[in-house]
Design a binder for this molecule. Structure first.
Ligand code: GDP
Ligand code: MG
Length: 444
């Protein structure tokens, strides 16, 4: 795992919190200090560290702990979420379209462009793409040899011409041959710094090749210095993504990642070693999850956010069909209780948020659900399946049997009817969009 030290320090800090009986202001301050220390040791820029820890503190002090979570758990969740936001939040998938899709790799000398071109070629080849490599580093002939060797290793053709000195001409020469491929990875020349010379060369290539992706390759071992580099490249040639290499064996990788994330171009892959397979697709959630040692954290986040997928789907299907009897209501109530407030669930259903849901159906539901359970338990199976038959004397019998009043039984029936009506209104809504909402995570 890359960034072992950073991960270990963060884990220790969170473990301390988890071990506390009670989280007070001092504990939060302490946690924040340890996070600061860990990040600074990983070469994250101090100003950025302060920004992050201020966000954590503000949320920890101001936000109300959601039901179903302890204060400790919520604090850990905040740390996780803020770290994820720090690294860019959303995962960005590369666009590979057209015949061929084209990815231009740019960066300084030694940042890992040539190696990464081959890694990406192998990555997409194993994912079923027909891939080619194009050698446009005309400044170092050894780069062409290097790419050819790598291409041979992964059995991917390398297009090159050692006689031409202009990379645009080399590209033109192979245009029609490259049309046979799904994806071409284009290795370019670097410089010691982002010089005008390099910018011009990349701009010319960009104009000619029109790649879907311009990926900046940056070495992670330069730590926070990556920010300036990423910003400069981004400003000059609008990179569409960053690949941070050499994340293995550098203590400064954290600084490089954060630096790239704030530069405005999303990180898309990490290079984590010298061999072809040492490439990791990057997602902020996945990365932070591993950094903090998912396992435990995952369970916590799951507890906070996920619901039983199958059950949610069943409910979704029933709601959609509009056939929903008291037996279902009873079943659903049992697990709705574990899911969080009913109004949250309702908000997830398209069109439901704007429906006139009876207020008292949502308020004080905990107590009511308890009573409803008794009422439902006092009904016969026939009554549960066909609530329409419950009239007069049946209502009285059920009230007696459940230790509730006739009024309460009627109220349950009334609310059930209202709910059923709402479900009917939803009939015909696109089930996939509806079910999709349930499949993933719910925000409580
Ligand atoms: P280029 O000048 O940008 O094309 O850089 P190269 O691809 O030639 O890489 C420069 C050196 O860095 C080579 O020795 C690579 O093996 C090494 N390298 C590239 N990526 C990684 C990585 O992710 N981890 C490690 N440890 N070394 C890497
Ligand atoms: Mg190279």
């Amino acid at each position: 795992m890359v960034l072992d030290n950073l991960g270990q320090s963060l884990k220790n800090a969170l473990k301390k919190i988890a071990g506390l009986g009670f989280v007070d202001k001092r504990a939060i301050e302490e946690l924040v200090k340890e996070i600061q220390k860990a990040l600074i040791q990983s070469d994250v820029h101090v100003a950025l560290v302060l920004q992050l820890t201020q966000n954590i503190k503000k949320r920890a002090f101001d936000e109300k702990v959601p039901s179903g979570l302890t204060q400790k758990e919520y604090l850990i969740k905040i740390v996780y979420e803020e770290l994820v936001a720090f690294l860019g939040k959303e995962k960005r998938e590369l666009t590979i379209e057209g015949k061929p899709g084209k990815i231009l790799l740019v960066g300084l000398f030694g940042s890992g462009k040539t190696t990464t071109a081959a890694k990406l070629a192998s990555y997409y080849k194993t994912r079923g793409k027909k891939v080619a490599l194009l050698a446009l580093d005309v400044h170092r002939l050894a780069a062409v040899d290097q790419l050819e060797q790598l291409g041979k290793k992964i059995d991917v053709p390398v297009f090159s011409d050692r006689t031409l000195k202009n990379p645009v001409q080399i590209y033109r020469k192979f245009i029609s041959q490259l049309e046979k491929y799904d994806l071409v990875l284009i290795d370019t020349a670097g410089r010691d710094a982002l010089s005008l010379d390099l910018i011009t060369e990349i701009e010319n290539l960009n104009k000619e090749i029109k790649p879907q992706e311009r990926l900046l390759v940056i070495s992670g071992d330069i730590g926070q210095a990556a920010q300036k580099q990423a910003e400069q490249f981004h400003k000059s040639i609008q990179v569409t993504g960053v690949i941070v290499t050499k994340m293995d064996g550098t203590a400064k990788g954290g600084g490089a990642l954060v630096a790239c994330a704030v530069s405005g171009a999303p990180i898309v892959f990490l290079g984590v070693g010298e061999t072809i397979r040492d490439l990791e697709s990057f997602s902020p959630t996945g990365f932070v999850g591993r950094l903090l040692g998912m396992g435990d954290l995952e369970q916590l986040l799951e507890k906070a956010e996920t619901i039983d997928k199958e059950k949610a789907e069943d409910l979704g299907k029933k709601l959609l069909k509009g056939d929903f009897n008291l037996l279902d209501l009873y079943e659903q109530m049992n697990y709705l209780r574990n899911m969080g407030p009913l109004n949250k669930l309702m908000e997830m259903i398209p069109g439901m948020g704007s429906l006139p849901i009876p207020k008292d159906m949502l308020e004080g539901q905990e107590d009511k659900i308890k009573k409803w359970k008794f009422i439902l338990q006092s009904m016969t199976k026939k009554e549960l399946e066909n609530p329409e038959i419950i009239t007069g004397s049946r209502v009285e019998r059920i009230a007696k049997g459940s230790g509730t009043s006739v009024h309460e039984v009627r109220e349950l029936l009334k609310q059930y009817n209202q709910m059923k009506k709402m479900m009917k209104m939803m009939k015909g809504k696109d089930p996939s969009s509806f079910l999709k909402k349930f499949k993933g995570k719910l925000p409580f």
